[in-house]
Design a protein around this ligand. Structure first.
Ligand SMILES: [Zn+2]
Length: 237
């Protein structure tokens, strides 16, 4: 089980959180609930229980295996060694903490990539699954197009509600990436544009609601897109 904080709709992403959660539970050897926080002081905390609840700042969603190991140890029984690793990770990323304050939307949209024209693909996805009333912009995001192995986690897409901009990670602008996968990522982000987040009794906001998951699973490429993503993360494709 993994949860997003109440104000994390735009930019937050299933691919990122799910991968983090999967890596962590594998390391822990048992279930762990993950909560993502936007704290500026306590960036990591654990509430023991069955299952334990780990609260981490979003910077941890893109951490390496050494940090995942340290987090798993921290969940089981905090040691000086794992605390040192976590402190070092936080120190290295201090500059990026607190940048969650809204930035003005980037107005330069760049849809035509080297391999894929996002505008053309988005029009197809829209026609096939949503209809003309859906209004979104789409652009390649910023980020390295280098494919490293083993791969660090990558957010393939995001949707910003305020500007209604879908951003797709430029690593997908490659002939090695099948078109169905790019279309599936676009579909996922368009679903965010279509479906409103839900709130639970505590006011927590869920962007990947049961209805969202239901609609996502109905996509004909759902399974092969997940398989391709997993293979990509393993460095197999
Ligand atoms: Zn999502």
């Amino acid at each position: 089980m993994s949860e997003l904080p109440s104000d994390s709709c735009s930019g937050s992403h299933a691919w990122q959180l799910e991968s983090f959660h999967r890596r962590l539970t594998e390391r822990c050897g048992g279930p762990v609930v993950v909560r993502v926080n936007n704290n500026t002081s306590t960036l990591v905390s654990v509430r023991p229980g069955n299952p334990p609840v780990l609260s981490v700042h979003r910077i941890f969603l893109m951490c390496g295996d050494d940090v995942i190991r340290a987090l798993a140890q921290y969940v089981r029984r905090p040691t000086d060694h794992c605390r040192r690793i976590l402190r070092r990770f936080i120190r290295e990323r201090e500059a990026t903490i607190g940048t969650a304050t809204p930035r003005p939307p980037r107005l330069t949209l760049r849809a035509r990539g080297r391999v894929y024209d996002l505008h053309a693909l988005a029009e197809q996805v829209k026609a096939e699954h949503f209809g003309p009333e859906l209004r979104v912009h789409i652009t390649w995001g910023r980020g390295s197009t280098q494919r490293r192995s083993p791969r660090r986690h990558i957010v393939f897409g995001s949707f910003e509600h305020r500007s209604r901009v879908i951003r797709i990670h430029p690593v997908l602008d490659s002939a090695d990436v099948p078109e169905f996968f790019v279309r599936f990522v676009i579909f996922h982000e368009m679903l965010h544009a279509m479906l409103d987040p839900e709130h639970d009794a505590d006011g927590r906001r869920y962007v990947h609601t049961p209805e969202f998951r239901r609609r996502e699973r109905q996509h004909p490429d759902y399974h092969r897109a997940r398989e391709w993503e997993n293979a990509f993360m393993r460095g197999d494709v």
